[in-house]
Design a protein around this ligand. Sequence first.
Ligand code: SF4
Length: 784
Amino acid sequence: MGLEAVRTTCPYCGVGCGVLVTPDGKGGATVAGDPEHPSNFGRLCSKGSALGETLDPATRLLHPKVDGVRATWDEALDAVASGLKRIIDRHGPQAVGFYLSGQLLTEDYYVPNKLMKGFIGSANVDTNSRLCMSSSVAGHKRAFGTDTVPGCYEDLDEGDLFVLVGSNAAWCHPILFQRMVKAQETRGAQIVNIDVRRTATTENAQQQLTIAAGQDSTLFCGLLVYLVDNGHVDESYVAAHTENFAEAVANARAIAPNIAATALRTRLPADEITRFFRRFAATERVVTLYSQGVNQSSQGTDKVNAIINCHLAAGRIGRAGMGPFSLTGQPNAMGGREVGGLSNQLAAHMGFTEGDLDRVERFWAAPNLVRKPGLMINDMVRAIEAGSIKALWVMGTNPAVSLPQAGDMRAAMRKLELFVCSEVVASNDTLRARDGKRDGESGTSVHLPSQGWSEKDGTVTNSERRITRQRRFSDAVGEAKPDWWATSQVARRLGFAGFDYADASEVFAEHAGLSAFENEGGRDFDIGRFAAIGQEDYEGLKPFQWPAPAAGETKRRFFSDGGFFTPTGKGRFVAVAPPRLAEPVSAAFPLLLNTGRIRDQWHTMTRTGLSPRLGAHIPEPFVSVHPADAARFGLHDGGLARLSNHHGSATYRVMVTPNQERGDLFAPIHWNDETASDARIGSLVHAIVDPYSGQPDSKATPVTIAPVAMRFAGFVLSRRRIPLPRSSFWAWSAVPDGFAATLASDDDGADVLAALRADIEAGVDEDQGGEAGRIEAIRYADTR
Ligand code: SF4
């Protein structure tokens, strides 16, 4: 590859920042923000800035493997195709599942969805976006008729009030948060932060509302009642463009009839609620931004609709500086929604209606188009446990860590007759879940090497509906291939026509064609302008927002003058259910566990875990505890603690902080069995889901906590992560030229020292021909 600067996109969060990369010709690259990209105008956050430190090929999966043995691509693809065919012939298409990822490019997403829904004939294709923002999708569909984000990032430059709900945007969407802070500094815009804890976002907020877990809908029902009772409803907008207003107001009144009742349920001071309601009512240009704190709930869809109800009532939607705004977590969660990556979507924002089914069937010339939605990932796990799903293909995600009750997924995976994993890294918890066959276990495991961020070509869509090219700037490592290619090859081996793509541009063109097919403005997602795009134009494609129809105007915003995609064309108010916790605390499990991200790590750390700069931010898995709870449970700051419940347990460093509310705990999602001894938080999270979206409730699981004694402490510096026994606490983080691990145990550390000694001896023998097999140990003991 050349050494010219390449315009591409950051692969982390849904902000979708443009990145300018200059390869160094030796596999590395310098990275800067793209000053011409309208999402970030040259800025990058800590994660984006450190992208150049994550390109190390040492951790990569270089070649296909079948049952742990290196194979050629032909052998591996034959194993996948023959395994799928055998299972489909014997058990039908419902015995197959695909689990995709918001990390995939749109082209990589489009092809497996087409293969499953149109040709294999199953809709058991879901994505890890189910864990991220499917409640926003369901809320949008209920209110707007489609999954439409009504606003755009310019609203953050033009708004006067930003209400953040369940969103630590200062850490999780930093570049957008900086736009809000700039509006605050230059124009006096205000920020209200609604969250169950005080976070980095609180530091810039004019008002912090530390709300009781699960009560967001109560607060927004109270706001709707306040707007109605105090004359702040846009009567003409409501009358002309909406329906179900009276029912929603009556319902809101039953949940939050007045400020006192709202205060009681939300545990917020009444005067703070009044201040917030007055602020919202008095500010025309208000944007309400929400993310995982809203979505990851057993009532996430209702929370989304409670927020949208207030914007519809005030007529504050689709105009400059105002509207409800879902901040998507992943770089291409939106692209996945566009191709139909969720099991209850079809493709191109179409659903399972007769009209849409007929249209997609004809467009794809699909021989086996599925007629109804498939299983969401949570139900897929149960189906694997029950033996009804026998083949699973995972692409670009690590469900053995990230799913709720993650231990169930690990156990279920061992039952599969065929497990296929398209991955960038050589080792992670999911790839290793089937290591070492036990008695009675059979089945085939196929690992397919995927191209990484620097190597692949395609598009992603960010939170404001903006599609940007991700461009390759380095040669593929080993034999890594694009995921769309691997899927197409399997489709062809299964005998299906329609998968002869020469490159990613052909996949994109087909996707654009489907979006425009028989679309006379009745479907929001239309990028028909690019249905005939060729390779050259695709290469030069500039960032654009959809809709981008072949003819007619594009739009920056939706719904200022109605035009909803419901059967009546009206926006729907939704009567939400009374807020409640999915699972109350008990004497055995008296604390509520909240899980989330930290500023400098991404998902399960397979990339950010390689950067010393990012590792320096928070090097160990931690649990935040209120001082009163620390005293109650005998914990101290910097000590170790074990969290546990019916589903699992995990061990963390204790961080005592008044930012945490009493009765609540917070622990990050990132650490896993590769990076820590016992810190997979997903193993504790209950698998309870929202009834409309199927999104798991990851923010409020009852647990208990207890101190872990620690007699031995130490650290290791090493060129690589050394396997250590799980009997001790350890956590690896990247440091310059290697890794550091902190160690602790409640014995004298003999196990961990023996493991280190064995590894060093093995390493010395191997690297130096046994010449320098001498190890000097320096030991210090504090006998107290
Ligand atoms: Fe990447 Fe998100 Fe940071 Fe932008 S804000 S640089 S997209 S992680």
